[in-house]
Each structure stands twice: as C-alpha cells, then as structure tokens.
Design a protein around this ligand. Structure first.
Ligand code: NDP
Ligand code: A1CAB
Length: 258
C-alpha cells in the first residue's frame, strides 16, 4: 500500500517509523512544511516532502497527524486529489462527523488514536468511524495491529481513549521518573536507577498482559505479610497515589472536551 502521512511531528514520524519497521510492502511518505526536520526518516526508506499533495493521488491511505486546528485547511488543500481514499485522522478532539462534513465525498473516514510507542510496535491504538464506514476500517485495524494493538471503539469514547492511551504514555513515564528519583535517593546512580525502574515497569506490564490477570492479583504475589511492599504501597495510597492518577486522567479528559 501507499501510505501518505501529513504532519511529520511527534506522532506522524513515530507512525511512519513504526510502519516502516514492523510492516512490509508499504511505501510511506511523510510531509511537513519544515521538511528538513524529517531528513532522518530517509534512513527507514520513508519519502519526505514539504508538499502535502506530492504523490498523494497514488496513496491508498492518507493519515492526518497534524494539530486539530490545522485539519480543515489541510483537508481543503488535499481534497481534490483524495477521492475514494481512506482518510485516517489522528487529530485529537476532531470528530468523525466534523471530518465527514468537511470531506463530503466517497472516502472512508476513520479516526485513529495511537500513541508514540507506535514507533516501537507497541502502541495501544483505538479506532472509530461512522456506522456506515465501520466495515471498511479493517485495513486500518490490520495496519495498526502490526504496530501494537488496535481496537475499534465507539466514537463517543475517543476522547477517553486519547487520554488513557495517548496521554497515558506520559503518565506512565512520569511514574518511571518518580521511581528513578526515589532510586537515586536510596542509593543508586541515575543510570542504574532508571534501568531498574524501566525494566521493572516493563516486567509488570508483560506479566499483566500475558496472564490477563487483575493487577491486584499480581500485587498479592509481591506483598509479603508485614513486609516492605505493603508498607510502601499503603503509604503511597495515604499520599493519594491512585487518587491523583484518577484525578489527572479526568482533568485531561475535561481539557480535551473543552
Ligand atoms: N504526540 C502524541 O503523543 C500524540 C498526538 N496526537 C495528536 O496528533 C496530532 C499531532 O500531534 P504531534 O505530532 O504531537 O504534534 P507536532 O506539532 O509534533 O506535529 C504536527 C506536525 O504537523 C506539521 N504541520 C503543521 N501544519 C502543516 C501543514 N499545513 N501541512 C503539513 N504539515 C503540517 C508540523 O510541521 P511543520 O510546522 O514543519 O509543517 C508538525 O511537524 C495532534 O492532533 C495531537 O493531538 C495523538 C496521539 C498521540
Ligand atoms: O497532549 C495532547 O493534547 C496530545 C493528545 C494526545 C497526546 N498528546
């Protein structure tokens, strides 16, 4: 397939590299105005251009990885050339209804919400479309399944998916950073503390995904009665660990919904 990604920033470049690394048989093009900033993509055999329409008529899928307020102008620019193509928008908060109104054509219009771990084949991608288009989303689901997991969700949950899945990368990294900082305070150098904290988070995630267990079932295996784990966990909860995470996620959702 020919995949044309408009917006070679954090998300667009990550999608391009992920698809280049974890899929075969696809030609990928990425565009942005300051094209010199994505020269590095060429090492993955990804074509780059400052012209959003360059080669777009050969594209099978057009992915929008631009800021929400840039979507309308870019659509106007490309619409005459993208009739019948799949258009997948990763712009947060821009609804399928809005996209369909702007596009008003024969296109399959899909909303995608990956996260930047797509670059490493580890995104949790949520996908939605209008009822008429759901049956045509298979290509997109299969594509994003190769760079992590991909699920179709009800569009009304797309903002929630953005917060849990996309912003979630930052939330998880902040947990690792805090662990690292604590690790330094209890005796490790920064590099070792980070290595231990990051690998421990990865190991916990692997167990969770492979066993399909509830986190607390695995936590029970770590908490020795009267031991140091439960003492630490309970202190964290007294200080509002779970509560602050829940509040932060809800605040992010309110922000997205305006
Ligand atoms: N970052 C993340 O983790 C995630 C982001 N998103 C969503 O993805 C979208 C992009 O976010 P992000 O990648 O972080 O933002 P960035 O600012 O990093 O990337 C946006 C890119 O769009 C380019 N751009 C702007 N205008 C145009 C235009 N007219 N034509 C072509 N390219 C253009 C910019 O480059 P230039 O100025 O050179 O043109 C820039 O590189 C947002 O809607 C965001 O909500 C969704 C999930 C995760
Ligand atoms: O922070 C943001 O608004 C975007 C949406 C998801 C990740 N980054």
């Amino acid at each position: 397939m020919n995949i044309h990604i408009i917006g070679g920033g954090n998300l667009g470049s990550a999608i391009a590299i992920g698809l280049a690394q974890f899929t075969t048989g696809n030609n990928i093009t990425v565009t942005r105005r300051n094209v010199q900033l994505i020269e590095n993509l060429k090492q993955y055999d990804i074509a780059t251009s400052a012209d959003n329409t360059a080669g777009i008529s050969r594209a099978d899928i057009v992915i929008l990885a631009i800021k929400p307020w840039q979507v309308d102008a870019v659509l106007e620019e490309i619409l005459p050339l993208v009739k019948g193509k799949v258009i997948a928008s990763g712009a947060s908060g821009v609804t399928v209804d809005h996209l369909n109104q702007k596009i008003a054509g024969s296109n399959v219009v899909v909303r995608i919400m990956p996260n930047i771990a797509v670059q490493y084949g580890a995104s949790a991608t949520c996908i939605s479309a209008a009822a008429d288009d759901i049956k045509n989303t298979q290509t997109i689901v299969e594509l994003f399944d190769k760079v992590g997991t991909a699920v179709i969700i009800d569009e009304k949950l797309m903002d929630a998916a953005t917060v849990l899945g996309a912003c979630g990368t930052a939330f998880a990294l902040r947990y690792i950073r805090a662990s690292m900082q604590a690790g330094i305070e209890i005796g490790f150098d920064a590099k070792t503390a980070l290595a231990i904290a990051a690998q421990t988070a990865l190991g916990a995630t692997q167990m969770l995904l492979q066993e399909g267990a509830h986190p607390e079932q695995l936590i029970d295996k770590v908490t020795t009665p009267q031991g140091c784990t439960i003492a630490g966990l309970n202190e964290m909860e007294h200080e509002g660990f779970s509560s602050s995470l829940i509040k932060g996620i809800k605040t992010s959702l309110h922000k997205i919904k305006g």
